[in-house]
Ligand binder design. Structure first.
Ligand SMILES: [Zn+2]
Length: 231
């Protein structure tokens, strides 16, 4: 489907000029990329994706070197594929996926690679509703093997959200997104200083597999604002 397709124009209205820009453009800033992600998710949630950048031509275009517009730190859950959630394609997103969307040592290294070497201006930490590993952490479900290390990474968010009104798993998943955003913003020696200099922005997002809608932190413009106050 071409981006000049009248349906797409009608769906996005005046926003089409921004939405039609290639996500991996090296000159794009974090706020511009964030807008592209929002447009892409609106297409996905509406069931009207344009399958952006999934052609053989695009595959060849980025085969030598990618220029991703955003790092997406997402859960490994099969219902949360970032390229589909944001209607993007080859070379657009540098995706770091691990259950519970945690930013541990290896994940931070992967984020640093994109920010430093590929000049990616935006980092999105995306949690989701009905997250199985978060539920296990909240319930205290006995586990064996290496899953325990994942649950340990979620313990701070579980503690922080305990006692809050509402669904405890949902509360913990949201608190975890905010916690991981802070971990990235304060990470030394690479990401924290880059965030402080305004070279990269870190944004919290929360996906609902039932609706396909990504909820962004209020405004999603200032990297210090969180999905919900108090978490
Ligand atoms: Zn999950």
């Amino acid at each position: 489907m071409q981006l000049s397709n009248p349906f797409v124009l009608g769906l996005l209205g005046a926003s089409i000029s921004a939405a039609a820009e290639p996500l991996g453009a090296r000159t794009a800033g974090a706020d511009t990329v964030l807008e592209w992600l929002k447009f892409g998710n609106e297409r996905h949630a509406a069931g009207k994706p344009v399958n952006w950048h999934q052609s053989m031509e695009r595959r060849k275009e980025v085969s030598q070197r990618p220029a991703p517009g955003a790092v997406i730190v997402s859960c490994s859950d099969s219902r949360v594929p970032p390229e589909i959630v944001f209607d993007q394609g080859f070379g657009d997103l540098h995706v770091v996926r691990v259950d519970g969307n945690v930013a541990g040592e290896k994940e931070l290294g992967s984020i640093e690679y994109a920010v430093e070497n590929l000049h990616t201006p935006l980092i999105v930490v995306m949690g989701h509703r009905h997250c199985g590993v978060v539920e296990a952490a909240v319930r205290g479900t006995p586990v064996r093997g290496h899953i325990a290390s994942l649950l340990a990474s979620l313990s701070a968010a579980v503690s922080r959200s305990r006692g809050l009104p509402g669904d405890p798993v949902d509360n913990a998943a949201r608190a975890n997104v905010n916690h991981q955003v802070r971990e990235i913003q304060q990470s030394e020696p690479v990401l924290g200083p880059l965030v402080g200099m305004g070279r990269v922005k870190v944004v919290a997002a929360y996906y609902d597999p039932a609706t396909g809608v990504v909820e962004w932190q209020p405004g999603a413009a200032a990297s210090t604002r969180l999905l919900r106050s108090g978490m």
